[in-house]
Design a protein around this ligand. Structure first.
Ligand SMILES: Cc1cc2nc3c(=O)[nH]c(=O)nc-3n(C[C@H](O)[C@H](O)[C@H](O)COP(=O)(O)OP(=O)(O)OC[C@H]3O[C@@H](n4cnc5c(N)ncnc54)[C@H](O)[C@@H]3O)c2cc1C
Length: 395
């Protein structure tokens, strides 16, 4: 059996894993990044939307090869079809966005890690991990051969179905009730008035979730939805197919790709680090619980973990205490806001179609440049007075 020794092993070459590898390689250590897939980034399980500032936060230079579309407007469609358009030219949105080409983006992130010194092994799946003295033994299958990897630190970037953290004793899995079932088609023949605007359909059209149309070209878009299974007996696929047949944007479109996957919406897991291990990205629930976007949480948590792992190896101390900075960085820079979004999500789940219709109607009459939490609460209470109890609980 082949034996590999490394300072840091990163399991999973999604955005979280590649950023972790890039960051720890910068300090000249031995970093190995493995992925069970034959091609990084494929298949994509993502609608590919990202907020512009995320790239700056993660020190990523924009490259036109992985940008499909620039986004400067959001259209929110209420259950009664009333629309609220947030347009950067009119409303001064806090930020613009991009629709990425994830298959190219993910590969680029792995290439950046390689350029900084990371070694990558494809078709290499971590199977088991156990502690021995002050290091870890990971058994993996690489190109059908059993291999053993000895590492000082493992960064578990193994996505929503993660098991590496759990094998090391962490309660690092999202409760199934908080796992959104997502399904999506990439479609051609889309009929959209503004191809630089994303569409979000809210309400019972997608129970406890929303339908998205994220444009990638003038007549191409990712069309998908996420739903919480405890709120519906229908499958996510049946709901999406029903939506596509009945909406003018998608009625005449055909799909060229289909993606299914889980999106962990329960918030960031507390148990995300221990002796010799840090869990990053979807594997630790780094997903905005309100919107379901996880690329930002993956990139930033990966970047922090890579940096902390490298310092720990240089100090020769891989204990939980030595890795605590990872917890603090993610707590301060991600969890504070995600916890607030989680409370807003819980509130949104209490609103029925009538309340959502009223809120969208009121907001469309409001000067959104003046928007503040106080004004938003006023609008919500005007549209849905019974929400007062839920708002009190949330505050
Ligand atoms: C349908 C859908 C739409 C979405 N849309 C958006 C969006 O528009 N914007 C947004 O920000 N987020 C979106 N998300 C969420 C986003 O895709 C994820 O949050 C993001 O990909 C998480 O990155 P990651 O690196 O943590 O995990 P992943 O991207 O899942 O990468 C994990 C990697 O680990 C590998 N792996 C797993 N187990 C092992 C193992 N044992 N050994 C070796 N390799 C392993 C996998 O092959 C994979 O490459 C969406 C999710 C879904 C399901």
């Amino acid at each position: 059996m082949t034996l590999i020794e490394t300072d840091i092993l990163v399991v999973g070459a999604g955005p979280a894993g590649s950023l972790a590898a890039r960051e720890s390689s910068k300090k000249g250590l031995d970093v190995l990044l493995i992925d069970k897939k034959a091609e990084i980034g494929t298949p994509k399980r993502c609608a590919e939307g990202i907020i512009t500032r995320t790239l700056k936060e993660a020190n990523i230079e924009v490259d036109s090869r992985w940008i499909a579309r620039k986004i400067d407007a959001i259209r929110i469609i209420a259950p009664n079809s009333k629309e609220l358009i947030l347009d950067n030219n009119v409303n001064k949105l806090p930020d613009t966005g991009y629709i990425l080409e994830r298959k190219v983006f993910d590969k680029h992130m792995a290439m950046d890690a390689i350029r900084n010194g990371t070694k990558v092994m494809l078709r290499t799946q971590a199977k088991t991990v156990e502690r021995k003295d002050d290091y870890l033994i990971v058994k993996a299958v690489s190109m059908d051969e059993l291999i053993e990897i000895h590492t000082k630190i493992v960064i578990a970037a193994d996505g929503p179905e993660s098991h590496i953290g759990r094998q090391l004793g962490l309660k690092s899995n999202t409760d199934m009730k908080d796992m959104a079932s997502c399904v999506q088609y990439e479609m051609v023949g889309i009929d959209k008035d503004n191809p630089n605007q994303i569409d979000i359909f809210i309400g019972s059209v997608a129970p406890a979730g929303y339908v998205w149309i994220f444009p990638k070209a003038s007549d191409v878009a990712n069309v998908g939805l996420g739903v919480l299974k405890t709120y519906t007996d229908d499958t996510a696929l049946d709901i999406l197919n029903g939506f596509i047949k009945t909406h003018k944007e998608t009625q005449n479109a055909q799909s060229v790709e289909m993606n299914v996957g889980g999106d962990p919406l329960g918030g960031i897991l507390k148990e995300r680090y221990d002796d010799n291990v840090m869990v990053v990205g979807d594997a630790a629930g780094f997903v905005n619980p309100l919107t379901g976007d996880g690329i930002r949480g993956a990139l930033l948590s990966g970047m922090y973990a890579g940096h902390v792992a490298a310092d720990a190896v240089i100090r020769k101390d891989y204990s939980k205490n030595s890795l605590k900075e990872y917890y603090e960085l993610t707590e301060n820079n991600l969890n504070r806001t995600y916890s607030k979004f989680n409370r807003i999500k819980e509130f949104m789940l209490t609103l029925d179609d009538d309340a959502l219709n009223g809120i969208v109607d009121e907001l469309s009459k409001t000067d959104l440049d003046e928007i503040s939490v106080k004004l938003l609460l006023k609008v919500i209470l005007k549209a849905s007075p019974k929400s007062i109890l839920q708002i009190r609980k949330m505050l």
